[in-house]
Design a protein around this ligand. Structure first.
Ligand code: SAM
Length: 285
């Protein structure tokens, strides 16, 4: 594990299944793949970039619901999760791209929309702003950015409605353990989106905040995904055997108890933020 680049999620088949499941559950609760204030602004030949694309699932799903004249280009620092090119629709490409570095000249001002989702684990103090600056260079004047993240710092366990439900104590403990580690060791934070977008001179800014318990039937699904990420993350950190982390035995013990919490009806809850804005037609002087 590199302390400067804490990518503590795996990039294996289990993680790919978790990403697919996460996509399905998040999209159902958010209610759209593409914010309605952006959808109607896209031209017929829209060029769309998905940065930190993972398996490319966001593009694959949006492409199914979009005109075939749209072009989708996914960028990721790792191709480990890219599906085989022949399984992709013909208007989707997957490419190498690092959002922490300036994008190459030939990609500048190319896109009508840049989507970026669930890359919080690679962020930290100041990195949100520099990543935003990098991805905005991809946009044409007037183009839109959509950034979707979960605020896990407000996540905790809650008592469910069933009389047998626990208070979700172990869900809270595991989440807090991960959050404290990420804050203290890697300087994690969650940005003020309106402020960050305003400073970047974006226009028509909107922020949707969706509580993951908005649809009661989704609560167990979010909890299961959360347990996978939190205890999976703590498990990966445990493997480094560094001081202050739980041991692998402790992680397994907490995972068992967190699953018992979930089975009793208790659930994890956090906020999802969808933040959008448009690049000005005329740049600030
Ligand atoms: C949790 S996954 C989310 C994938 C996808 N956005 C989704 O919502 O399904 C985070 C992805 O960000 C990628 N990533 C991490 N650091 C990156 C960087 N500096 N530049 C580009 N991609 C990066 C990872 O390789 C991983 O595929």
């Amino acid at each position: 594990m590199d302390e400067e680049e804490p990518y503590w999620l795996a990039r294996n088949a289990t993680e790919q299944q978790r990403l697919a499941r996460q996509h399905e559950v998040w999209t159902k609760s958010i209610g759209y793949l593409l914010h309605p204030s952006i959808a109607h602004t896209l031209p017929r030949n829209a060029k769309i970039a998905d940065v930190g694309t993972g398996t490319g699932i966001w593009m694959t799903e949006l492409a199914k619901a979009s005109p075939s004249t749209y072009q989708f280009d996914g960028y990721d620092i790792s191709d480990a999760q890219f599906p085989p090119p022949k399984t992709l629709a013909s208007n989707i490409t997957l490419n190498f791209g690092d959002f922490k570095k300036p994008f190459p000249e030939n990609l500048r001002s190319k896109y009508d929309l840049v989507n970026i989702r669930l890359i919080i684990i690679s962020m930290g103090e100041g990195v949100w702003e520099s990543t935003l600056r990098n991805i905005l260079t991809l946009l044409k004047p007037g183009g839109a950015v959509q950034w979707i993240e979960g605020n896990f710092f407000v996540a905790r366990g809650f008592r469910g409605t069933s009389p047998n439900s626990s208070g979700g104590h172990h869900l809270t403990l595991a989440q807090n353990k991960l959050n404290n580690t990420l804050k203290q060791r890697f300087g994690y934070n969650f940005p003020n989106w309106m402020e960050m977008y305003t400073k970047a001179d974006l226009k028509n800014i909107e922020e949707d905040v969706i509580s993951t318990d908005r649809l009661p039937e989704q609560r167990p699904h979010f909890t299961e995904i959360g347990i996978g990420a939190v205890l999976g993350g703590l498990g990966n950190l445990a493997k480094t055997k560094a001081e202050g982390y739980w041991t692998e035995e402790e992680v397994n013990e907490y995972k068992k108890k967190a699953i018992e919490d979930m089975k009793s009806g208790a659930y994890l809850r956090w906020d999802i933020h969808v933040s959008i804005g448009f690049k000005p037609i005329k740049a600030r002087l």
